[in-house]
Design a binder for this molecule. Structure first.
Ligand SMILES: Nc1ncnc2c1ncn2[C@@H]1O[C@H](COP(=O)(O)OP(=O)(O)OP(=O)(O)O)[C@@H](O)[C@H]1O
Ligand SMILES: [Mg+2]
Length: 614
């Protein structure tokens, strides 16, 4: 048999290698920004068209390249950052593999203009799909400008694989945020479709965080600083009460490189363990400085993974330092958590020794039968009740609904008895600020108040999203809300639906919204507009990311979860009446949004059984 092995031509080898380095526009953005940083630039501009699919342009004022270097930089394994193998363990630059430029040039049309400080003229080089197509002297400022056009133009399969512009833009913003956080001393700007998205002046890390995530972050941060013989740690963590339901805002850097590290992330989360519910993620921007000889960054082409010689010690230091910072700011006790459900149960007995349990609103003198007693919450819900359409044609309708969908409901509850309970007795007791209890013919009926209200609100919001008629209640004082650029992009795509829910909201300049009204259904006095909106956004992201719900389902669920009455909320007779009526007018009253039961019955027989001889 004749010999069949051949060396691949460079352009094919480059294209294959490009698959690992450049998966999407965001990866090209990352590589180009890092090159600019390695070149010592203190001003870097990023310009995008079509979420980077049509154009990615990076302009820096760094060292620039000589003519020969400008040509060589597109060759594979061409780098100025590494000379010998040992250098790998003394790496201080972002790049070292010498493959980013070659990879990008293999799958796009690239124009590079660059000039060093001493050269009189710069050079302009054009390269498309790894082929040089032009070179000419050009007048330009010191530094490098690179234009990357039509990414994946020669690899259609890859191009088709790209997501919507909004999704690709989100990836780019993530990369941009990471690089910008790691270098607050550098002046960054980002323009997309001609509009300025970010202008970040040189600043401190704290200011940079505020510029990226919004003014309200100023008060949310706790500084972290720890020097040890193994690592130096610095940065900021978020106060626990501002923890979110999505893990998006967690940034961990090793020697200024953004790293994804589940093990060390765990060390950080563990420090919050006793003060954060499981489904909440704290904000953090943390930097570890470590001797490069103690790590290996050459684990993956994207350089977002790292291996440590002494991982365990780093874990322990990180955990202890974060815990100390939280403790020093003495914020463990009295956390409200946006009245998050069941939080009290998440505190372990160990934690109870040193922290004050969160206060649960509970009125020991509450008498559900005394009509004149009207705690604040009660009034809120009473107003809510009066605004609702008059009781949903009562139990007759309910019965019809049940008849249509008999399966689980019939099993759990005898509706005739329930009817009797509400129509005849119509008196409810609230147990432990948590359950609504009523006597029915065969025993008692117990309703989980929070699950019930979530169900009621969910079905309402879903209906509003369908008919686009969510009533709004004007706020006395319109509130402005400052969002991160990526959240702002997300909201823009949701505005129509958000308005259908009953929000009156409009864009108000860069990354800012004005909320002028909130949905009537949630009742006025209960929740602050900004908080509600932020929570809506957070749970929406979570629902989409983790549960993969549809847009509307996700919005309706998020709203219902955030706006529903919680455990501990004292309810009046009237409020309980409204809630129970509304619950049984729901299409699916028996199931909570988490798939648990909303209503339970305990028959006299079951109760009697408990009194049998032991
Ligand atoms: N903006 C820039 N300014 C000055 N020199 C640059 C710039 N971009 C690239 N270079 C030069 O081109 C070389 C090749 O860049 P490339 O990104 O391909 O490799 P690298 O940065 O060395 O390693 P990696 O592939 O890990 O990024 C760099 O080593 C650097 O010398
Ligand atoms: Mg590079």
């Amino acid at each position: 048999m004749s010999d069949i092995i051949q060396l691949l031509p460079d352009h094919i080898a480059n294209q294959i290698a490009a698959g690992e380095v450049v998966q999407r526009p965001a990866s090209a953005v990352k590589e180009l920004l890092e090159n600019a940083i390695d070149a010592g630039a203190d001003k870097i501009q990023l310009i995008l068209k079509d979420a980077g699919k049509a154009l990615i342009q990076v302009i820096d004022n760094g060292s620039g390249m000589s003519v020969a270097d400008a040509k060589l930089c597109f060759a594979r394994h061409a780098t100025s950052k590494l000379r010998k193998a040992e250098d790998l363990f003394a790496i201080r630059t972002m790049g070292f593999r010498g493959e980013a430029m070659a990879s990008i040039a293999a799958i796009a049309q690239v124009e590079l203009k660059t000039k060093t400080a001493t050269a009189e003229l710069g050079v302009c080089i054009r390269i498309e799909g790894s082929e040089f197509v032009g070179e000419e002297p050009t007048a330009c400022a010191q530094g490098t400008q690179i234009l990357v056009k039509n990414l994946f133009y020669n690899t259609p399969a890859r191009r088709n694989f790209l997501k919507s512009n909004a999704a690709e833009m989100k990836h780019i913003l993530d990369e941009f945020q990471r690089v910008a956080l790691a270098h607050p001393e550098i002046n960054f700007s980002l323009h997309s479709e001609g509009a300025e998205i970010y202008r970040l002046p040189p600043s401190t890390l704290k200011q940079r965080i505020v510029h990226l995530f919004g003014n309200n972050y100023n008060e949310r941060l706790i500084p972290v600083e720890e020097e040890t013989t193994i690592i130096n740690l610095k940065g900021f963590i978020g106060k626990p009460q501002y923890a979110k339901k999505t893990r998006g805002e967690q940034f961990f850097f090793v020697n200024n490189r953004f790293i994804k590290d589940a093990y060390l992330n765990h060390a950080i989360l563990k420090a919050y363990e006793e003060i954060l519910p499981d489904d909440h993620f704290p904000f953090y921007v943390l930097f570890i400085e470590i001797d490069p000889a103690q790590v290996d960054v050459n684990v993956h082409p994207t350089k977002t993974e790292i291996k440590y010689v002494d991982e365990k010690s780093i874990y322990a230091i990180l955990h202890a330092a974060i815990k100390r910072s939280i403790g020093r700011f003495n914020i463990s006790p009295s956390i409200d958590f946006n009245q998050e459900t069941g939080f009290s149960q998440l505190i372990t007995p160990k934690a109870m020794e040193d922290i004050v349990p969160p206060s649960i609103s509970f009125n020991p003198d509450f008498n559900p039968f005394a009509a004149e007693q009207k705690p604040k919450r009660e009034q809120a819900y009473a107003t809510l009740g009066s605004r609702l359409s008059p009781s949903p044609s009562g139990w007759d309708d309910l019965y019809k609904i049940t008849a249509k969908e008999p399966e689980p409901i019939q099993e759990k509850l005898n509706w005739e008895e329930a009817e009797e309970a509400t129509n005849v007795a119509k008196s409810y007791m609230q147990w432990h600020g948590r359950y609504i209890v009523s006597q029915i013919k065969s025993g008692i009926m117990i309703i989980d108040q929070q699950a019930a209200h979530e169900r009621v609100l969910y079905e309402k919001f879903l209906a509003h999203l369908e008919d686009r008629k969510g009533a709004s209640q004007q706020s006395l004082f319109p509130q402005t809300i400052n969002l991160s650029a990526s959240d702002f992009v997300l909201v823009q795509g949701l505005l129509e639906d958000i308005r259908s829910l009953g929000f009156q909201v409009r864009e108000f300049g860069k990354n800012t919204l004005v909320i002028e009204g909130i949905p009537v259904d949630i009742g006025a006095a209960q929740i602050n507009e900004i908080e509600l909106f932020e929570q809506l956004l957070e749970s929406y992201k979570q629902n989409q990311q983790e549960l993969k719900l549809s847009k509307r389902d996700s919005l309706a669920k998020s709203m219902a979860k955030n706006a529903a009455i919680k455990i501990g909320q004292v309810l009046s007779q009237q409020e309980m009446n409204v809630l129970v009526d509304e619950l049984f007018a729901c299409q699916n009253p028996n199931f909570s949004l988490n798939g648990k039961w909303v209503v339970q019955t305990l028959s006299l027989a079951e109760i009697a059984q408990k009194f049998e001889k032991y």
